[in-house]
Design a protein around this ligand. Structure first.
Ligand code: ADP
Length: 426
C-alpha cells in the first residue's frame, strides 16, 4: 500500500448489486472499518462521507458488459477522487456471470484504469458454504454446476471451474493460486502472485476453504491496487489498514441517534417474509396494501397513509403487499408484466409518506422493494451499523436529518425479525 494521508476513506469498493454491497459493508464494519454504502453511481461533486471504506452499490450484475464496465469505471473515478488508496470489486459468492461477462471485463477495465498489473479473484464465503478448491467452486457439498445455480434464469452456472469460466471472459488466460500455496500463508501467496504475473497472467482465481485462508489472502493483497471477490475475500483487508495506522480505533458500527416513529414496509412475497408478516400482525397494527388498488395508485397510497399516520404515536405499524403465490399470480394477470415495479412504486410512495410524517426507523422487506424505497426517499449514502441478522445491518442515512433503515432481502432473518430489528433500533 502506498501514499495518502491518515484520515478519509482508504478502501473504495464497487459492488454489482445492492444486497451484495451491504453484505460487503457489514463484513468491513465487523473488521473495524467505518463503512458507508452509496446506492447507485455517485454524482461528481457528491459529498464524501466520513468513513474508512466506501461501497458503491451498482445494479450491474446482469446488464451488458459494456454498460457494467462504464458504470464501474465512473464509480472508480469518483472513489479515486474521494482519496481511496485500494479498490475492491465485489460480485456474488456463486460467481454469477455468463461467458460474455461481467466479472472478467469489469476486472480488466479496472486494472487498466488503475494501471495495475495483477489482481486476485475469489468468491469463497465459507460461512455460507461457498468454497473454492483447485479453482472449482463448491456450494455446500456440491459443485457449482450441480447446485441450484445451474438453472438460474439470468446467469446459469454450468461450468464449476472458475479458471475456465474466467478465462472465457478475459482477454488472456486466468491463473490459479492453489490451496497448497494459500495454506502456507500470505508470503507464499505473494510469491505465487509474482510468478503468475511474470508469466503474463493478469487475474488469478484463489482457492479458499476457510476464513483462515481468506485472512491469509487478504494479508497477501496489501500491495495490490485492486482486489476482487465475494464479501469473504474482503475480510482480511481491514487488518492491513490497521497495521499501517490508517484506520482509527473506534466503534466502527456506531450510528447517529434518532428520535421518531417506527414502521415496517414489506414487499417481499418470500416464504420467510410471509412468516415475518404473520408474526408482526399478531402484535402490531397491520394494513394489507392490495395491488388491486393499483388501478388508482395515488388514492391507494393516500388510503394507506390515512390508516397509518394516526397510529404511529402508539407504536410501530406494518404495511405489506406480501401475499401467497396464487394471489401474486392473480395480480400479475390483472396488472401485466410490470406488476412488480408498480407495487414497488406504491410501497415506496407509502414509505415516503411515513417518513414525511416523522418515521425515523424503517424496516423494508424485499431487495427490489428496498431499492425503490431508498430511491423514493432520495437517500444517497447509508452508514452501516450493527448487524440484526446475518446479512442485514441497521443503517443510517447520511445528512442533516438522519433516519435508520433496515433493508432486508426477502428470505433473510428469522420469523421474529421485525420485532428483533425494532427492539435494537436507537
Ligand atoms: P425478494 O427480496 O423477496 O425477492 P423483492 O422486493 O426483491 O423481494 O421482490 C418482490 C417483488 O414482488 C417486487 O417487485 C414487489 O413489488 C412484488 N410484489 C409484492 N407484493 C406483490 C403482490 N401482492 N402481487 C404482485 N407482486 C407483488
Amino acid at each position: 500500500m502506498q501514499g495518502g494521508g491518515q484520515s478519509g476513506p482508504q478502501l473504495g469498493c464497487i459492488a454489482d448489486d445492492f444486497t451484495g454491497a451491504t453484505d460487503l459493508a457489514s463484513t468491513l464494519v465487523a473488521q473495524g472499518m467505518r463503512t458507508v454504502v452509496l446506492p447507485g453511481e455517485p454524482m461528481p461533486g457528491q459529498a464524501v462521507p466520513q468513513a474508512d471504506a466506501l461501497v458503491v452499490a451498482l445494479k450491474s450484475r446482469s446488464i451488458p458488459a459494456r454498460e457494467a464496465v462504464a458504470m464501474s469505471l465512473a464509480s472508480l473515478r469518483w472513489l479515486q477522487s474521494a482519496g481511496c488508496r485500494q479498490f475492491y470489486f465485489k460480485y456474488c459468492s456463486t460467481f454469477d456471470s455468463t461467458d460474455a461477462g461481467n466479472i472478467g471485463p469489469v476486472a480488466e477495465a479496472l486494472l487498466d484504469a488503475l494501471d495495475a498489473p495483477f489482481t486476485l479473484a475469489c468468491p469463497a464465503f465459507p460461512a455460507n458454504a461457498r468454497s473454492v478448491y483447485r479453482g472449482y467452486l463448491f456450494v455446500g457439498d456440491r459443485l457449482l454446476s450441480e447446485s441450484g445455480m445451474r438453472d438460474h434464469p439470468l446467469t446459469p452456472m454450468t461450468d464449476p471451474s472458475l479458471v475456465r469460466v474466467l478465462s472465457r471472459q478475459l482477454r488472456g488466460e486466468a491463473g490459479l493460486v492453489g490451496f497448497e500455496t494459500v495454506e502456507q500463508g500470505a508470503l507464499a501467496v505473494v510469491d505465487a502472485m509474482r510468478a503468475l504475473q511474470a508469466r503474463g497472467v493478469r487475474v488469478a482465481i484463489a482457492d479458499a476453504l476457510s476464513e483462515r485462508h481468506l485472512m491469509a489472502l487478504g494479508e497477501a493483497c496489501a500491495g495490490l491496487r485492486l482486489v476482487t471477490g465475494g464479501s469473504g475475500m474482503a475480510m482480511g483487508l481491514p487488518a492491513n489498514f490497521r497495521a499501517a495506522g490508517w484506520v482509527p480505533v473506534e466503534d466502527s458500527a456506531a450510528l447517529p441517534a434518532v428520535a421518531g416513529h417506527a414502521a415496517v414496509v414489506a414487499g417481499s412475497c418470500s416464504t420467510m417474509t410471509r412468516e415475518q408478516v404473520a408474526a408482526m400482525s399478531s402484535w402490531a397494527p397491520s394494513w394489507f396494501v392490495d395491488p388491486a388498488m393499483l388501478e388508482n395508485p395515488v388514492p391507494a397510497i393516500a388510503r394507506a397513509l390515512e390508516w397509518a399516520l394516526p397510529r404511529l404515536a402508539a407504536g410501530p405499524v406494518l404495511l405489506y403487499s406480501t401475499a401467497a403465490p396464487e394471489r401474486v399470480a392473480e395480480a400479475q394477470r390483472r396488472l401485466g408484466d410490470d406488476a412488480g415495479a408498480r407495487v414497488e412504486r406504491m410501497l415506496a410512495g407509502i414509505a415516503r409518506g411515513l417518513v414525511d410524517a416523522g418515521v425515523r426507523r424503517l424496516v423494508v422487506a424485499g431487495g427490489e422493494t428496498s431499492g425503490a424505497v431508498v430511491g423514493a426517499l432520495g437517500i444517497t449514502a447509508l452508514r452501516i451499523g450493527p448487524v440484526i441478522a446475518p446479512g442485514v445491518p441497521w443503517t443510517a442515512s447520511e445528512g442533516a436529518s438522519p433516519m435508520w433503515l433496515a433493508l432486508k432481502s426477502g428470505n433473510f432473518g428469522g420469523p421474529d425479525f421485525f420485532r428483533t430489528a425494532l427492539d435494537r433500533a436507537g
